[in-house]
Design a binder for this molecule. Structure first.
Ligand code: SDX
Length: 431
């Protein structure tokens, strides 16, 4: 047998197939099992897709064992230190770091798409002020396609590009408007003289009654957090965008589906859930009780912000955010008691055999909420900020999928475990 193949033998029938191994730039080899059913009459089964590559992608690489994250080959640590969010957006979408002129043109383009159609503002009035901002995001982003009939040809590279520009540019505006609606304040128009992060803070926190000065530390922290959340391979929300987009739905509908998937506390909703958990713990002396609950199989409580499907080492983003949390809080009103509890929780958990054995480390969501809270962002907006940042990842992954030469609609199969074939029983004869 050749060494660069895998042989699968169905011992029930004696049939076998030999499949070539495919090697990527980094990471595990893959075997293309698409011929398994036609040739052996069997499906594979992989609950949660723990051993399944859903696509070939050249965008982001994660090494979970080593805690490595690369955007188009560049280590996240270098981008966090040297780049800014819009440059990272350019890198992810176009595949290369921009020249000075390309960067300047891209920034101008994005800032000049930042306004939303005035009719879109009326959508917010249909929501109760108590509506969770993520429910507004799902609705309003999905509705964007109603305004852009000029650019919905999914196979047109220019339409793909302008949709990407519009989504990157408008998400902060749509997000800030959902916050303003929830507190009964007027929505704020973007200011194109500001940077992307400054503009977001301006639209979130300025009021017509007085001048608003953006805190440069907050703008820097937002820009860095957006870089860290920009893309992450085939996570649940990105896989949702790819699957929704594979039906040839427009990119706004696909991204709206991704926002819905991100909302869950097992995924992007964890940053909100971490703060809720830290507030519930409230006193470091309560930590052992919560750690015991997290280990108790009869209690569905989990330590929010801990664990990751891929990282079985420290999430490199969590390391960067942890440092940022300290720096930001040192420069503001001193340490937030929640940060104290978070640090103590991390220290205790990382010494506990249960977490060590299962390689459960803090993930990107563990500290991000503490920073957002320090900036005055309300907890129910944390996942909305994650959605803003991840939009470039979603639309880049969508474009890679939609422009792939072997694009097909995603349509998984199943192992059927329901009732065997049976005859209809008339109502009068049922027991
Ligand atoms: C994100 O995929 C991505 O890339 C996501 C993300 C991105 O950028 O897109 O990185 C963003 O979603 C980060 C994750 C945020 N979620 C949370 O912090 C929620 C808390 N974490 C868990 O729900 C969990 O760790 C997951 C969902 C993140 C991962 O779950 P897996 O991979 O399915 O792991 P598992 O459920 O199979 O757990 C393995 C074991 C189990 O114990 P045993 O059955 O082996 O005894 O670890 C335990 C789990 O019970 N476990 C936890 C735990 N996470 C896993 N126990 C307590 N607390 C936890 N947080």
């Amino acid at each position: 047998m050749a060494r660069d193949t895998v042989t699968i033998i169905n011992n029930a029938t004696g049939q076998e197939i030999e499949i070539p191994l495919q090697r990527g730039t980094h990471g595990p080899d893959v075997v293309d099992i698409s011929q398994l059913y036609p040739k052996l009459g069997i499906f594979t089964y992989d609950n949660g897709f723990k051993s399944t590559a859903s696509c070939k992608s050249g965008i982001t690489y994660i090494d979970g064992e080593e805690g490595i994250l690369l955007y188009r080959g560049y280590p996240i640590e270098q981008l966090a230190e040297k780049s800014d969010y819009l440059e990272v957006c350019y890198l992810l979408y176009y595949g290369e770091l921009p020249t000075k002129e390309q960067y300047s043109t891209f920034v101008t383009t994005i800032l000049h798409h930042s306004m939303i159609n005035e009719s879109l503002r009326h959508f917010y009035g249909g929501f109760y002020p108590t509506a969770h901002p993520m429910s507004i995001m799902v609705g309003v982003v999905g509705a964007l396609s109603a305004f852009y009939h000029d650019s919905l040809e999914i196979d047109n590279p220019r339409h793909q590009e302008i949709s990407a520009h519009r989504l990157i540019a408008k998400l902060p505006n749509i997000a800030a408007a959902s916050y303003k609606h929830s507190i009964g304040q007027p929505m704020v128009y973007p200011q194109n003289k500001m940077s992307y992060a400054e503009n977001f803070l301006h639209m979130m926190f300025s009021v017509p009654a007085e001048e608003y000065v953006v805190n440069p530390l907050h703008a820097k922290a937002i820009d860095l957090l957006f870089i860290l959340h920009a893309d992450h391979e085939q996570n649940a929300s990105t896989s949702t965008v790819r699957l929704a987009g594979s039906s040839e739905a427009n990119p706004f509908a696909a991204v709206s589906a991704g926002i819905g998937a991100l909302w869950g506390p097992a995924h992007g909703g964890a940053n909100e859930a971490v703060i809720d958990m830290l507030e519930e713990i409230n006193d470091a002396r309560q930590i052992p009780k919560f750690i015991d609950r997290a280990k108790d199989k009869n209690d569905n409580f989990r330590l929010m912000g801990f664990g990751h499907r891929v990282y079985k080492n420290y999430d490199p983003r969590a390391k960067i955010i942890r440092t940022m949390a300290h720096d930001l809080l040192k420069n503001s009103s001193g340490n937030d008691p929640l940060l104290e509890i978070a640090m103590k929780l991390e220290e205790i958990a990382l010494q506990d055999e249960y977490f060590i054995q299962r390689k459960l480390y803090p993930n990107v969501d563990f500290y991000s909420g503490i920073i957002y809270k320090a900036m005055g962002v309300p907890t129910n907006m944390f996942t909305v900020l994650f959605a803003i940042a991840r939009t470039i990842g979603w639309i880049t992954q969508w474009r890679e999928m939609i422009s792939s030469k072997d694009r097909v609609i995603g349509r998984p199969r199943q192992l059927y475990v329901g009732p065997a074939t049976r005859e209809y029983v008339p109502m009068g004869q049922r027991g």
